[in-house]
Design a protein around this ligand. Structure first.
Ligand code: FAD
Length: 284
């Protein structure tokens, strides 16, 4: 089923993002995780794509198996950076042949040591345009409440986001953030800019202090001072860090849903325990 149709329903849309495991053993545990999540009736599961095509085979196989063997709707991420139009086209052909209905269209970041952007498609809006012109797929795109780190201003980033919407995107998923005010003000600015698509907030429960510092540095999201203090004060106790992370994300999700966010997209980092707990709390 197309995600845009799920988003027309009254009930919130809950999704879980996984990355393709490096080792074979990781696949079985990922399937077990998805089976477990299925008991709580998630809307869909998404699988990341290594920019430059490094996980191409695994991403396609995983989304196909999750949808057809486990019976959970799924969505492949697809990046166009460092890829030719032909390579992108091959992935899309395969997704369609495997009866996939959804794709998250991304530019991606060039893999290490591979600085060059190929000329076409260069930005995600061009990828969206290409997919919309040739395939009957539901298209999600990335958005950035605190702006994309490469972009000079919030205003310019919104102009660039609008290009993806105008090219034919169906819904938006945000980068992770920890202060809901950033999300609410982003949605308000997007609506003023004429972006009326569903905007699903992306939430990453904190599991480790060094890890979340690394992620936020990379993606330009900030950790509120009070939250940082709280997790740093227990950073030598991993279970307590995770407990704080689950507690904070649960409160964050409750407020987002109360304010009528269309759902929650969980960045699971393939560690399902924390997201399972938050999801269970929300469902009850
Ligand atoms: P774009 O929308 O193309 O934007 C990139 C930058 O260029 C922005 O600064 C934007 O303001 C600017 N820009 C956009 N269009 C134009 C234009 N026409 N002219 C000039 N400037 C422009 N990465 C992966 O490698 N694999 C994944 O699976 C993956 N999944 C993700 C899932 C989500 C929900 C999110 C939020 C991010 C994900 N990423 C993933 C990271 C993403 O690839 C990076 O953030 C990347 O730097 C930008 O991708 P984009 O699709 O947002 O790019």
């Amino acid at each position: 089923m197309k995600i845009r149709d799920f988003l027309k329903r009254e009930s919130p849309c809950f999704s879980f993002e996984f990355f393709p495991p490096k080792e074979e053993a990781g696949f079985q545990s990922l399937f077990e995780t998805v089976k477990l999540l299925k008991q709580l009736d998630p809307t869909f599961v998404s699988v990341t794509y290594g920019a430059g095509g490094s996980t191409r085979r695994k991403t396609i196989d995983l989304v196909t198996r999750i949808k057809h063997s486990l019976g959970v709707e799924s969505m492949a991420h697809l990046t166009c950076v460092a890829a030719s139009r032909q390579e992108v086209q091959q992935v899309l052909e395969e997704l369609v042949a495997n009866r996939m209905e959804n794709v998250l269209a991304l530019r991606g970041d060039p893999p290490k040591g591979q600085a060059a952007f190929l000329p076409d498609p260069r930005y995600a809006n061009e990828l969206v345009h290409f997919i919309r012109s040739h395939y009957d797929l539901c298209i999600g795109v990335a958005s950035y409440p605190e702006k994309h780190p490469e972009c000079a201003s919030l205003e310019q980033d919104l102009i660039n986001l609008k290009r993806k919407v105008d090219a034919g995107a169906d819904f938006l998923i945000t980068q992770l953030f920890f202060d809901n005010r950033d999300f609410f003000s982003f949605v308000e600015r997007a609506r003023k800019a004429g972006i009326n698509l569903p905007i699903i907030p992306g939430i990453m429960p904190i599991l480790s202090v060094p890890q979340i510092k690394r992620f936020t540095e990379m993606c330009g999201a900030k950790i509120p001072g009070e939250l940082l203090q709280r997790i740093e004060s227990v950073q030598n106790d991993p279970a307590e860090v995770e407990r704080c992370g689950v507690e904070y994300a649960t409160v964050q999700c409750h407020e987002l849903l109360e304010e009528r966010a269309p759902g929650i997209h969980f960045y699971t980092l393939n560690r399902s325990k924390a997201t399972w707990e938050i999801f269970k709390n929300l469902k009850s």
